[in-house]
Design a protein around this ligand. Sequence first.
Ligand code: FAD
Length: 651
Amino acid sequence: MSVEGRTTDSKILQAVCETLAPRMVVEPMAFHGAGARDLGVAEGVAGAIESAASPAERRQFWLALRLIDHPVVNALMAGKPRRFRQMTLEARERMLQDWARSRFGLRRKAFQTLKRLALFHQYALIPEGTTANPHWEVMGYPGPVEPHRVPKRIRPLAISADTTLDADVVVVGSGAGGGVVAAELAVAGQQVIVLEKGGYYNEADFDGAEWNAMGCLYEKQGILTSDDVGIVVLAGSGLGGGTTINWTTSLPTPGHVLQEWERELGISGATGAEWQASTQEVCDRLHVNTDSPENRHNQLLRIASERLGYRWRTLPRNVHGCSDCGYCGYGCRFGAKQSTLVTYLQDAFDRGAQIITECHADRVTYAAGRVTGVEASTNGHALRIRSPRVVVAAGSIHSPALLKRSGLTNPHIGRHLHLHPVPAAFGIFDEPVRSWQGTMQAVACNQFEDLEGGYGFVIEVPPVHPGLMALGVGWQDARSHKELMLQAENTAFFFALVRDRDGGRVDVDRQGRPILKYSLSSYDARHVIRGGQECVRLLAAAGAHTIGGLYNNLAPYSARSEGDLEGHLRGIEQRGYIVNDMTLFSAHQMSSCRMAGSAALGAVNPEGESYEVRNLFVADASALPSATGVNPMISIMTLAHRVAQAVKART
Ligand SMILES: Cc1cc2nc3c(=O)[nH]c(=O)nc-3n(C[C@H](O)[C@H](O)[C@H](O)COP(=O)(O)OP(=O)(O)OC[C@H]3O[C@@H](n4cnc5c(N)ncnc54)[C@H](O)[C@@H]3O)c2cc1C
């Protein structure tokens, strides 16, 4: 790309960002009028695309911008033979609305990409030379917090030249699954090496700044989506994986799901005492307890459930000495969250495990049907590890990609990807809710967990900081989006965690990078729509005066001026599910190398061992036989604990 071409692209991006978030003052409060240009939003977005997107995604991103600016395209699509950059602000806004509501999927996809990236940056960025985003004060958002200056208690092994190492076991990935396996084997006296592609951050680094945390602790710096952009996919990437940034809800696998695994997928023992013992051991190590107080956000969900006569439950959490600050999604600065960082990985390190961070496992090696080690790259150096046993725990996005790059061909590798798709709704109250403050998840409404055949959804609340809110809520026009953001302090969010039955898949591109293909089946889409409706109904029961789903093309419901809630809910149903009409989220990726009783049904056996390569194990969410229907960390750790016993027994 020529310098001139890149300059033109930057100008188009600048114009799009300024249209989504122009300078304006919103009455009655003198909301700080900063627009995208004042904050350097376009530069931030371009930086994220350049550093986190794949080459194909980068090409698509810049191509979409050029199409938005193309006079011929604009003449054909909107009857306006003008460049986007040269239109008035009003005309540009109308054009983005057209893209958001277009019947062409590619235009909605382009709009969602730009809208989410620009508005996340608009409300999360801290402009250079300042300490806060200018919107935060008036939004009532306190901004970053003071990290706790404690020393780093794990010392990763530094690799400064091409290196070959030997180990009894290599564990790829340090999240929920990898952490447990590493500790179990190190404590059993085995020489363990853990490879983690992310960096090592601890309490001294966790300042609660959304933008920093996304860049350091999240997969693809937080910009990962399904390939059609329909689902925003959040996953951890750093030492501790998802457990470093997750929301601490610690639920065992539901009994009916364990029965299904035993009955339909041949996981003998799933309903037995040993499985329960593994769950108990994991919960003990993580200090799982129900001592956390409800914050206002969770209280609203409980009160609404009670008013509607819906079942609800208290959520156990893996915290110890928690001060309920609400910033856990960006790393716990108190070390109170019992992530693998402070539990299992520390145990492993204390027993001699070598932990190598910023180290990408490129492929697993094997000969004559037996695993021989791992080839990895770290800081520009090649690392070869010879090991008679390898445990892959790189998460449901990367484990199948690693196995495919290594030449494994079992057809279940990459298939059955479950995402627990999440529709959500926001509700504005007359009082502060401060969804970002206090216990993140204290209660869940489980009235709808079994709508049909063991599938349905549970409703929970998320901790929502400004960037996440800005990218999630719909954009109908710049003013209404800004007005909504202004009310962030009084806004609650309820979401439905849908147990998806049908799932998608993980493919790899030519370079072996994962691509997430996921379309909702009509069965799962039914539950997504119903889940969204129930979130709206619960918010209304809780007393919200304005309620909306995460749609770009559906105005929120106003209890004050409309009063016909059932009519609004029918409208949601009639609309159905249209990709990129609304924003869906996923924080739970599962089953992409599923465990099953035979190679005809799964990628690994019930001990977690590959059906193709002896002594190659998988021990993370990708090995879960199907979606758990509840927040999956404890299920993953239970599975990993069981796989670790099988690995221990293998010489
Ligand atoms: C925002 C958020 C909130 C959540 N809240 C909850 C909750 O409250 N309760 C709950 O039960 N679950 C929650 N989850 C989900 C839970 O954290 C994950 O399901 C779980 O961490 C997945 O475990 P895993 O071992 O499969 O993978 P991960 O924990 O994701 O770990 C995989 C690790 O492997 C590394 N890796 C990947 N590829 C390679 C490679 N090639 N080489 C080296 N390393 C590699 C990754 O960087 C990552 O660190 C949440 C998730 C998110 C994102």
